[in-house]
Ligand binder design. Structure first.
Ligand code: XMP
Length: 502
């Protein structure tokens, strides 16, 4: 595999993704894990926010790094660190270079095979390498002639720019060229990975009873099908909290029926809506829903021997980095979440998807024979329509959201846009404005439509849907949904907005 060491750059996770896109398995490590990475085929050192001259600048055991005998690529901070390790120097600067720059490779082989004479790359740094050690070779410079790519010896490489972001136009090719320097890099194929996962599950579960929650979403669906495929004894539980979309419970049950997986439904809409009555604060609502959800789940499950969760790799990386930051100390852990942590400490939590990114989970789903329409369902938040219903939640508001959402989503499907957008929904704006319906004055709420594209939900951009689609959706909502006299289209990017309303 390819070991990627994290020096804190916001792009580190992208490096892992890109390597996997190139067909090789990559994993992220902290620099102090260097003794604990098995035998990698290649190593990448990420960028980071620190300067190598900072007192608390992150470091890596260089002797150990060399001892693996494999190609090493330092990106940004990683390159500066390598230059120092090889006896060179790094110059601090107050001026930050941020944005596109022209890269001029000095030759057209090795790292830069097939790369243009002048290639756009993405820079984000203030320090630069200054003194180069005697045996360092400059592989590329910027327009001003400053070295932005180095080679030390025959298998250590450095690049100042970020090949992992799409603004580096030939970044993927440069990463690939680097990986080609490795002797043996096993290709990452989801089929092989699936076999390993199934064996791992069988070994860990044996004849114990496993429980998992299903929501109808991609991750929990793939998890449930994977467990079934492994042939273990599994109970899949669907908690219907009454905040689902139109006919969603039936759709979820029908989907699992199609896949031959039995699920148990716990119907507790009254309980949730009762406890939520009159509560308008978004965080308060989330806390109530999260708490009740886990209560209901645990009551149904009884004493779990093994709990399976659809945790994905980005969650693992995020919680690892949160654990180190001060922010995590502010978080209040819910009692029952403690219970999951307790189970975890006893080795009773199974997270078979924890090494995969979302698109890989979809690929795994395909290889498990899950129909495409199920795998391509848009993400839907755990708290359901609650986060699309600002203020207190009532049956009337939920009905309106459901009806509008249904019209919007079916219009998207009919116009061939559903699979082109990452997520879409209707959210209520509980503000009354004046309109005319029939020949009468109306004084009713507004509905907001949102459709976004996104890479793993971290950022999002609104989609330029065809006016005809928007017009048809709006006409149908205004004519068919009682209580709405205005339809708005949300044109906010994330950041600064978020995808959901709450
Ligand atoms: P935001 O609104 O934070 O949403 O931009 C990012 C993505 O996460 C989904 N989302 C959730 N998913 N539980 C979930 O399982 C939640 O509490 C939750 N809140 C937001 C949201 O739908 C979007 O895809």
């Amino acid at each position: 595999h390819v070991a990627v060491f994290d020096f804190g750059s916001q792009y580190t996770q992208l490096i892992v993704r890109r390597v996997r896109e190139l067909g090789f398995f990559a994993k992220l490590y902290e620099p102090e894990d260097i003794v604990n990475i098995g035998q990698p085929g290649a190593i990448i050192l990420s960028g980071g926010p620190k300067s190598t001259s900072d007192v608390d600048a992150p470091d890596i055991d260089f002797e150990k790094l060399k001892s693996y005998g494999v190609p090493v690529l330092g990106v940004c901070y990683g390159m500066q660190l390598l230059n120092i390790k090889f006896g060179g120097a790094v110059k601090s600067s107050n001026r930050r270079e941020y944005g596109p720059a022209a890269l001029k490779p000095s030759s057209n082989d090795g790292l830069y095979e097939g790369i243009s004479h002048e290639s756009q790359v993405w820079m984000s740094h203030s320090d630069t390498v200054s003194d180069l050690p005697a045996d360092a070779q400059v592989l590329a410079a910027n327009k001003e002639g400053t070295p932005v790519s180095l080679q030390w010896g025959d298998r250590f490489f450095g690049i100042q720019f970020h090949p992992e972001v799409t603004h580096s136009h030939e970044g993927l090719r440069i990463l690939h060229n680097f990986l080609l320097q490795a002797n043996e890099l096993a290709e990452f194929r989801i089929e092989d990975f699936k076999r390993e996962m199934l064996d791992g599950i069988r070994e860990k579960v044996g004849d114990k009873q496993v429980v998992c929650g299903v929501s109808g979403g991609v991750d929990s669906t793939v998890l449930a099908v994977l467990l079934k495929e492994a042939g273990v004894n599994v109970r899949a539980i669907f908690v219907d909290h009454g905040l689902m979309r139109l006919d969603e419970g039936d759709e979820v049950r029908n989907n699992f029926h199609r896949m031959g997986v039995e699920i148990e439904t716990v119907d507790c809409a009254d309980l949730f809506l009762g406890k939520l009555a009159g509560v308008a604060d978004p965080e308060e609502k989330r806390k109530i829903i999260g708490g009740l959800f886990i209560d209901v789940f645990w009551d149904t499950v009884g004493n779990a021997e093994l709990l399976a969760q659809g945790t994905l790799y980005p969650d693992v990386i995020e919680s690892a980095s949160n654990a180190k930051s001060k922010a995590s100390k502010i978080k209040t852990h819910h009692n029952r979440v403690d219970r999951i942590l307790e189970l975890q400490a006893q080795g009773k939590v199974l997270e078979p998807l924890a090494e995969l990114f979302k698109d890989e989970v979809r690929e795994l789903g395909t290889s498990l024979g899950i129909p495409a329409d199920i795998l391509n369902r848009h993400p839907f938040p755990g708290p359901g329509l609650a986060v699309r219903c600002p203020g207190d939640i009532t049956e009337k508001k939920l009905r309106i959201i459901r009806e509008c959402d249904h019209i919007f989503i079916t219009r998207l499907k009919d116009h061939g846009w559903y699979d082109k957008v990452w997520q879409a929904y209707a959210g209520l704006i509980p503000v009354k404005t004046v309109g005319v319906k029939g020949d009468e004055r109306s004084y009713e709420w507004a509905i907001s439509l949102r459709a976004v594209i996104s890479e793993d939900a971290m950022t999002a951009d609104w989609v330029e849907l065809p006016p005809a689609l928007l017009r048809e959706t709006s006409n149908r909502i205004l004519n068919e949904v009682d209580g709405i006299n205005r339809v708005l289209y949300d044109i906010s990017t994330k950041p600064p907005a978020s995808i959901e309303w709450e």
